[in-house]
Design a protein around this ligand. Structure first.
Ligand code: HEC
Length: 85
C-alpha cells in the first residue's frame, strides 16, 4: 500500500515507540505486551486516545504520550491505515 508522507513518518515512529509491545504486520512488529493491532483494527481516534491517555486496563501498561502533537497524529494515521491489511 502507498503511504502518505504523514503515514510514512508514522511508520518510523511506530517502529521506535510502539513495536516492542504491539503486533502489526505492516511494520513487521511482533510485540505481545499490548493487543495485536491487526486483530483490533483501531480507527484513528482510538489510536490517538490510547496515545494521549495511555492504557492500563488489563495486564501490562502503556505509558501516555509516547509520541505527541503531530507525531501522535502521524502514528494514528499510519496504524489506522494499515492494521489488519
Ligand atoms: C510498554 C508497552 C506498550 C507500548 C510501548 C505501547 N503500547 Fe499500546 N498498549 C499496551 C497495552 C498493555 C495495551 C492494553 C492495555 C489494556 O489492557 O487496556 C495497549 C493498548 C493499545 C491500543 C488499544 C486501545 C484500546 O482502547 O483498545 C492501541 C490502539 C495502542 N495500544 C496503540 C499503541 C501505539 C500507537 C503505540 C506507540 C505510540 C503504543 N501503543 C505503545 C502496551 C504498549
Amino acid at each position: 500500500m502507498d503511504l502518505t508522507n504523514a503515514q510514512a513518518h508514522g511508520r518510523e515512529l511506530f517502529t521506535h515507540n510502539c513495536a516492542t509491545c504491539h503486533t502489526l504486520a505492516a511494520s513487521n512488529a511482533v510485540g505481545l505486551v499490548g493487543p495485536n493491532l491487526d486483530n483490533l483494527r483501531p480507527n484513528e481516534a482510538l489510536v490517538l486516545n490510547a496515545i494521549h491517555q495511555g492504557r492500563a486496563r488489563g495486564q501490562g501498561q502503556m505509558p501516555a504520550n509516547l509520541v505527541t502533537a503531530q507525531d501522535a497524529k502521524d502514528v494514528a494515521a499510519y496504524v489506522s491505515a494499515v492494521a489488519g491489511r
